[in-house]
Design a protein around this ligand. Sequence first.
Ligand code: AMP
Length: 497
Amino acid sequence: MSTFTELHLDERILEALHAEGYRTPTPVQAETIPALMNGRDVLGIAQTGTGKTAAFALPILHHLAAEKPANGRPIRALMLTPTRELAAQIGDRLRVYGRHLPLYSTVIFGGVGQSPQVKALHRGVDMLVATPGRLLDLHEQGHVDLSEVQHFVLDEADRMLDMGFSKDVDRILRLMPERRQNLMFSATMPKAIGSLANDMLYQPVSVDISPEAPTTDRIEQYVSFVRKQDKRELLIDLLEGQMVSCGIVFTRTKHGANRLAKQLEKVGIPADSIHGDKSQTARTRALERFRNGEVFVLVATDIASRGIDVEDITHVFNFDLPNEPEVYIHRIGRTARAGREGLAYAFCDESESGYLVGIQRLLGHDIEVLEDQPYHFEKARPKPGQKPGRVKGSPVGGPSRRGTGRGRDMRRYNRGGQKRREQQQRSNKSPGQGRKPNNRSQRGQRSDQPNRPSGGRPPQPNQRRGKQQGRSNASNRRSSNRSHRSNRRQPRRDDRS
Ligand code: AMP
């Protein structure tokens, strides 16, 4: 599909696109628009930035402009998004693409007063862009009628579920007529999205614009076999030994991300977390602090990490191995952007060895093992002939080792922790109150070995060392300021992301 004209869209829409400077449809538009024009449901795997808003907005505008409702101006299209920013963006695009059409739209989301939104709804709108909570609130108050919706878009479906909106989405689905056109966009396809798509979509056309797997050539990868309970110490050693100033740590759960960021701060490593339980404002703030160097480490869950567009990330740590091998590739692709080099460390505990098998199979080679590190745990290494996937009998997220026998490695781990506590007591500071200048170098010495694997590569991929050392005093000062702590929310029971 080389031009918009070939898509048979309303002339007035084409005029608006022309004024916007859109000449050719993006791939997601070229595939989605014809299907929607033909009245089909669509399941789209695409991220923000691919042009997906126009992909659903243009055919909906076209259909709505073509039919005049029998009476009044009922809501005929509903676009549901997880965040207010996204809702506002879609609302803005609808106005731009539909500027020559006699159609009205409005945007409703929480966190602001409802009365302007209620007024707009009462004036009558053809298209409504909404976040789930506020939509249900206004529906309960009798301000929203969804009984004439003909086109429904569920945007960023994975993020929607990640943010805990699953029940709200179910309720909203029941408020609309059964006969309608449905479109679901998601950047990833976890199982929950698959079953939601099954329930919601009728014989959908699938459009997959998932980004190409990033090249891993420039990324130096290592894996450490380690007990689950030693991962944190290993991480701290690596972070300090390499003086990481721009690193992402991936955890499996939101609660785990919060806890780890807090623990890093306690030992004087400026860190913040980003995950689906955090408000959009808190995420934006965490990202901003990461971008401007105020925090060196961002602890993230996969879905929340999607909005992280920071070019000079030097290190990626897979604190928990992902159960889907492709996710590993996307995670490590966060580093080595824009032609840079990057380092990726994976921590594999006993329960995750099958995940490592899957990852190595996808990569087509084994990842170099950091054996020479104080927490090395041989039993976590995959067994010869081991199958990819979950280790049978281990709970998701790995077995709890509490109460099990602890070997020599564990005693060494305890001594390490004890040593730090003693150092902290000697420095007569509370645990989070920053490190003594020599503290970092002591830890750096201890962690030299894991940082300098056999290949003998320099510790910093981007030679950021000077910048980091320059920062360390400031970081000590900063780390005494705990006011930014992000762990305000209680983790939900369903803490996976
Ligand atoms: P989206 O993924 O919908 O957020 O779109 C990303 C950006 O691409 C937005 O700034 C759009 O204005 C722009 N865009 C969408 N479609 C096209 C197109 N066909 N040609 C040029 N720009 C586009």
